[in-house]
Design a protein around this ligand. Structure first.
Ligand SMILES: CC(C)(COP(=O)(O)O)[C@@H](O)C(=O)NCCC(=O)O
Ligand SMILES: [Mn+2]
Length: 902
């Protein structure tokens, strides 16, 4: 009979594919390479594990794993060698050997998807890494390049235009003064020639790439608050790019490769640093900036109020606190330099220079009619207060008409531009929806000591993390960073506007992750307006929200680790990985708590997916696998009874029972604290029955009658029957078997094609697209409708071998299909879905979104080009109150016919 859901049941052992290792795993750097997926998915990066073998000494606790079919990364490198920092951008690509399984092949055939469109992307898929070194540590940088063989990348790939010249020389694209200064060192140490690219060309190419390809790359910064801005890439040009280095360049950018330096000023970062050093005796730029945090410029600057006896000069709109004259007070008093506080001097100087830059920039924008001004350069480099000051100036001078904007990858503009100058890499044609940013844990590099060679595998990564714990240092994510001069084991400085410690340059750059290029991702074609679409319902930038979810996820962590460790057989190695995962994920949470915008625009969906990615990073392939299997079995055992019961009902009663069934079975959610507590109280079937019994209508949102009419009264012209429904299924067990599959069966019975859309990768107890065919096949044993549809849809493996081709010849309509959604978390962002889902969507006229993750946390407010039914049980009290003024276990049945959506 039914399997019990009690947590204390021992988990059955799941065979562990390998111990603790990863061939192309981790490294000590700002943004390390981490193959985040070990599962076959057409949409996410993956490892080819076929033929995996334990290498060397099998007694070894952490033996090396050999992956003979996993080809090495092919890397391509570009550099920006500045006076204080060397910026590296390198691309790593892994050839995909994963054979397509039967389901994928048959789906592709049926949906008419070919691989042809991918050929236009020479890069295929891979990752872009961003790494920085201090220029004075050039040799560490060279060691890093050498140990990762980054300089050899072009050799295997002549199509990139990099690699060897005809005389056999290896060349690397580089920009910045150091490309000239250190050319000989590169030649001598690495045997490579630096191919110098013009700095300004690179700057513009880098900015154009970022603004076009990365969603929410730009942000405004006012009074310590970051706000990400979505720029329409069709409306990007012209814009003003202000590069604040030692001096300042103002560049009007009209398109790719089309730009003109229209102005500049000699009063820039060098002025601040130079004058500041003379006046304050500071020994570093960062120290000078740090001083300004504690300064009061009214001791130095002459303010309007000083002239007008504390009053505003309101006639011309100047408040008493406006600076009338920078350093103006120092002339009227008989004081020496030593009588002024260095903190005040630094702040006055910073304001003087930032305001001046802001003013000239705004005037130039005005002169050329430019709507947007982006600021970058070493003077900015993520310093909150500097950004605030420039923003203030632009706002002030434009009377609120213009806004200063900054770029998340700002420090890497030059290096990215140099990278873009390689020919035929294909990056320039990639779109925002094909990029996924990941934040794996890494190790200190810039500003810290390098402890041995770059981390080679997961074992090294975990050892490194354990070392942190030993010395009692908190791990910070994604890349722990040390303030210069320490041991390299330090934490982040606090990000702040004024008042708290300033972030060092190195830590400011940590806001960038690794960019994964996934050419097969697409925008969901049924989104009503992709530009207006915002997946997340809850804004985590609201600090009280983040605090709440921080607590929820932190409290869930011990249980998750238990499940994850058990899923890998509970071995010592699994326990060690489990601990490392918990540390890493806690570090992410802490990092985001400190700075909610640290990873860019980050909603609850991202946070929940980050948790799954973090599990994968520590090689937990499917933490809930045992639970999922057990619940599937228990549910399949009672399915025949349910189907019999349904078949005895009239149309109307059946439809209601089916929807009730979906809502009731959505209670099986291992991500909800309240639900997990419930599972101690009974077996899966007992809980399912209890949940069904409690289904009192009207539900909290109850559009059932509307949906019923649309389904049952479809014989008239106004509402022709649906042709194809996409069912975004949620959890394993009762949820899919007793909830969504019977609903699918009803639609099939009505002649509607059904596409079951499952996750590409595991997330909590969600059912994946890989698992669905087997579940359908089991269910089909008890039901003719499902069996016929599944056979025709090629889902019954035994029947499929021959039927597949036969069927595709005879019919263009496929009654039942399974496609993957392209996601690896419990929510769905419709801006990035798998190509097979996008293809299946083209003929769909009904979408059914099921579960809290897909229908409430995300997409509750999403509009589609077709009818949409959103079904979920709210399994969190706070969410129920916030979204529906309701209570935990309330049910949502929201039907949004297209005529109401457009
Ligand atoms: C992770 C989830 C969105 C999964 O819900 P589902 O989509 O399976 O209905 C949900 O379990 C959740 O929001 N959990 C955290 C909140 C809590 O524990 O109450
Ligand atoms: Mn779920």
């Amino acid at each position: 009979m039914a399997g019990s859901l009690r947590c204390d049941e021992s988990e059955s052992k799941v065979s562990s594919l390998e111990e603790d290792s990863r061939v192309n795993g981790e490294e000590k750097e700002m943004a390390p390479t981490v193959p985040t997926s070990m599962h076959r998915s057409g949409s996410r990066p993956q490892l080819d594990l076929s033929g995996a073998a334990i290498g060397s000494n099998s007694e070894d606790r952490n033996p090396t794993i050999l992956l003979p079919n996993q080809s090495d990364d092919i890397s391509h490198l570009a550099l920006d060698i500045g006076g204080s920092l060397i910026k590296l951008v390198y691309f790593s690509r892994r050839e995909e050997h994963s054979p397509e399984d039967k389901r994928k092949r048959s789906i592709k055939k049926k949906l008419g998807i070919s691989n042809g469109n991918r050929r236009s992307y020479p890069i295929l898929g891979g990752r872009l890494h961003f790494v920085k070194f201090e220029t004075r540590k050039l040799y560490e940088c060279l060691d890093f390049i050498s140990s990762k063989q980054l300089h050899r990348g072009g050799v295997d790939s002549p199509s990139w235009g990099s690699g060897r010249q005809s005389n056999g020389n290896i060349i690397i694209k580089a920009t910045g003064g150091g490309a000239y200064k250190y050319a000989d060192v590169f030649k001598e140490r690495l045997g490579v020639s630096l191919d110098k690219e013009d700095e300004m060309d690179c700057l513009v190419a880098g900015a154009n790439f970022l603004l076009k390809a990365i969603r929410h790359e730009a942000f405004t910064h006012r009074e310590g608050h970051k706000e990400f801005v979505q720029i329409d890439q069709n409306d990007l040009f012209p814009y003003l790019l202000v590069n604040v280095g030692s001096g300042v360049s103002m560049i009007k950018v009209d398109g790719d490769g089309k730009f003109q330096r229209v102005s500049g000023t000699n009063v820039g970062g060098g002025t601040y640093w130079g004058l500041g050093r003379l006046l304050t005796k500071c020994t570093s730029f960062d120290q000078l900036l740090e001083l300004s945090q504690k300064g009061d410029n009214s001791n130095i600057d002459m303010l309007v109020g000083d002239i007008y006896g504390g009053m505003d000069y309101s006639k011309i709109g100047l408040s008493a606190s406006t600076i009338a004259s920078s350093f103006g007070k120092t002339v009227s008093e008989s004081k020496e330099l030593s009588d002024y506080r260095p903190e005040d001097i630094s702040l006055s100087l910073l304001r003087m220079i930032s305001y001046n830059i802001g003013q000239i920039s705004y005037l130039n924008a005005l002169r050329y009619g430019l709507k947007r001004i982006f600021f970058g350069g070493f003077f900015i480099r993520g310093h909150a207060y500097t950004m605030d000051t420039i923003s203030f100036a632009v706002h002030f001078w434009s009377k609120g008409q213009a806004q200063a904007m900054f770029l998340r990858h700002e420090g890497f503009l030059g290096a990215l531009g140099a990278f873009m100058s390689y020919e035929r890499h294909g990056l320039d044609v990639l779109m925002a929806h094909q990029l996924v940013e990941r934040f794996p844990m890494g190790a200190p590099y810039v500003g810290g000591k390098i402890h041995g060679p770059p981390l080679g595998d997961l074992n090294e990564k975990i050892s490194w993390m354990e070392k942190f714990i030993q010395i009692g240092t908190e791990i910070t994510a994604p890349v722990p960073m040390a303030p210069p001069g320490t041991t390299g084991m330090g934490g982040f400085d606090r990000p702040s506007s004024r008042g708290i410690t300033l972030r060092s340059d190195a830590s400011a750059a940590l806001n960038v992750g690794v960019l994964h290029f996934v050419p097969s991702l697409e925008v969901f074609p049924l989104l009503a307006d992709p530009n207006k679409y915002e997946p997340n319902t809850i804004d985590l930038l609201d600090h009280s929200e983040f605090e709440y979810w921080f607590t929820v996820l932190s409290e869930h962590l011990p249980d998750l680790v238990d499940k994850a460790v058990a899923s890998e057989g509970g071995t010592d190695d699994a326990k060690r990985r489990g601990e490392a995962f918990a540390r890493a994920f806690s570090a992410h949470l802490a990092r985001l708590m400190e700075e909610p915008a640290a990873y860019g625009k980050f909603g609850l969906a991202n946070l929940l997916e980050l948790r799954e990615e973090c599990l994968r990073e520590f090689q937990f392939r499917d933490a809930y696998i045992t639970i999922k299997q057990r619940e599937n079995e228990a549910s399949l055992a009672v399915l025949p009874d349910l189907l019999l019961e349904l078949d005895g009902m009239d149309e109307e009663g059946r439809l209601l029972t089916l929807i009730e069934g979906v809502l009731a079975a959505n209670i099986f959610d291992w991500g909800s604290r309240a639900c997990v507590d419930l599972y101690h109280k009974g077996t899966i079937i007992e809980i399912y029955r209890m949940s069904r019994k409690k289904m009192q209508r009207p539900w909290r949102v109850d559009d059932f009658d509307l949906f019923k009419r649309r389904i049952l009264d479809c014989r008239n012209k106004k509402f022709p029957p649906y042709k194809r429904a996409l069912l975004f299924v949620d959890n394993s067990g009762a949820d899919i078997v007793l909830g969504m599959l019977p609903l699918a069966r009803e639609l099939l019975r009505r002649g509607i094609e059904v596409v079951l859309v499952g996750n590409s990768l595991p997330a909590l107890n969600d059912v994946t697209s890989n698992e669905l065919p087997e579940i359908v096949a089991e269910a089909a044993k008890h039901c003719d409708i499902l069996r016929k549809a599944a056979e025709a849809g090629g889902l019954l493996f035994d029947a499929m071998v021959d039927a597949e081709d036969e069927f595709s010849m005879k019919s263009t309509s496929v009654p039942l299909m399974v496609v993957e959604n392209g996601c690896g978390g419990p929510c769905i962002d419709f801006r990035q879905v798998s190509s097979e889902l996008a293809a299946a969507a083209k003929d769909a006229d009904l979408i059914i979104l099921e579960g809290m993750g897909r229908a409430l946390h995300t997409n509750l407010n999403a509009h589609f080009k077709c009818d949409a039914l959103k079904l979920a049980m709210v399994k969190n009290q706070r969410l129920a109150e916030k979204l529906f003024s309701g209570n935990i276990y309330d049910c949502i049945c929201r039907f949004e016919p297209i005529e109401n959506q457009l």
